[in-house]
Write a protein that binds this ligand. Structure first.
Ligand SMILES: [Zn+2]
Length: 333
């Protein structure tokens, strides 16, 4: 289990080839700690306090002490695993399950498969992983990019509540808007995507999304909405497709956005039974984007590796942070 930090990690060397190998590699907390340590400090321990790179003094199975400044910490301190009471074996199994299921997993599903005592533990674990699914330095989309809005039907309950209530109560759903950007490949096919929740399709909401997610100078294809009118002035090669009102025309003129919106809807209904709290929708969308943008990865284990690689460099998330996500847009209903 000697992790190599090459650009193309290998199955059986950098990440487990299958579940049997997973069980073999991560048989103890010590093995999980060692794996995370290699992911966090690929070239060897670097003190988070003074920055000195030197093999630390190990006072217990998890405690690392800097020989230079005496700073004491653990490999999980300062990461999404900070202060967790859940064993790392369970965390790693959770990461494996989330990335190996083609459509991910709901909190209820994760609670069951990991045998967790509480639904909240599974729910929080998934939300912490979702934070690690967004790389802060990720590159913006480029080339030809389609941008449009879509509306999703969600039921504003978590899936445990939904299950309990489904038989007794008719579901109440509401529509939530999202803006979707899709790289269009020539002659066909899609590249990467970005998706964000919006309150409405005005330029104040869609333009900052485009600026944050699409490389200036890219060729942008949108509909004729006034919300997009300033894109040329903002440095984009903007092409407006004016639709004539028929739904067929919309599908044909925005095939990328239409396809991605359909996949998101299917995912929300299938994996999450339509139940996503609106305040958390962005986190779910981050997970969808993480998986979609890595859909051509040869191995599912590669997603496990990437998720953990990002998890050990993602800042801790408190429970309060998860419950009240800081970047959420005010509920629009
Ligand atoms: Zn130090």
């Amino acid at each position: 289990m000697d992790i190599q930090h090459t650009s193309s990690p290998e199955a059986g060397k950098d990440y487990p080839r299958n579940w049997n190998q997973f069980l073999d590699w991560f048989a103890s907390e010590e093995a999980c700690l060692a794996y995370l340590e290699q992911l966090r400090w690929p070239a060897g321990f670097v003190c988070p306090s003074c920055g000195v790179a030197e093999e630390p003094y190990r006072s217990s199975r998890s405690r690392l002490m800097c020989r230079s400044c005496g700073h004491q910490g653990t490999v999980t301190a300062g990461t999404i695993f900070e202060k967790t009471r859940t064993p790392l074996r369970v965390w790693l199994a959770g990461a494996w399950y989330v990335t190996n299921q083609k459509l991910g997993v709901s909190a209820l599903g994760l609670q069951r498969v990991l045998g967790l005592g509480g639904y909240e533990t599974a729910w929080t674990m998934l939300h912490r992983f979702r934070r690690a699914m967004v790389r802060p330095d990720r590159e913006r989309l480029g080339g030809l990019v389609e941008v449009d809005e879509a509306w999703l039907s969600i039921s504003d309950r978590d899936d445990a509540q939904a299950r309990k209530q489904a038989t007794r109560r008719k579901r109440s759903t509401h529509q939530v808007g999202v803006v979707i950007a899709v790289e269009m490949l020539e002659p066909r096919g899609f590249g990467r995507i970005r998706v964000r929740r919006i309150d409405n399709a005005c330029s104040e909401q869609v333009v900052p999304f485009i600026q944050a997610n699409v490389e200036p100078g890219s060729k942008l294809r949108t509909d004729g909405s006034a919300a997009y009118r300033d894109l040329k002035d903002l440095g984009f090669d903007h092409h407006r497709i004016v639709m004539l009102g028929s739904e067929t025309a919309a599908h044909a003129s925005m095939p990328g956005v239409h396809r991605v919106a359909a996949l998101i809807k299917r995912w929300i209904l299938g994996t999450h039974h339509g139940s996503i709290q609106a305040a958390h929708l962005d986190a779910y969308l981050d997970e969808f984007v993480f998986r979609f943008n890595r859909r051509s990865s040869g191995s599912r284990g590669m997603l496990f590796y990437r998720l953990l690689q990002q998890a050990v460099v993602t800042d801790p998330v408190t429970y309060a942070d998860v419950v009240n996500p800081p970047h959420s847009v005010a509920a629009s209903e």
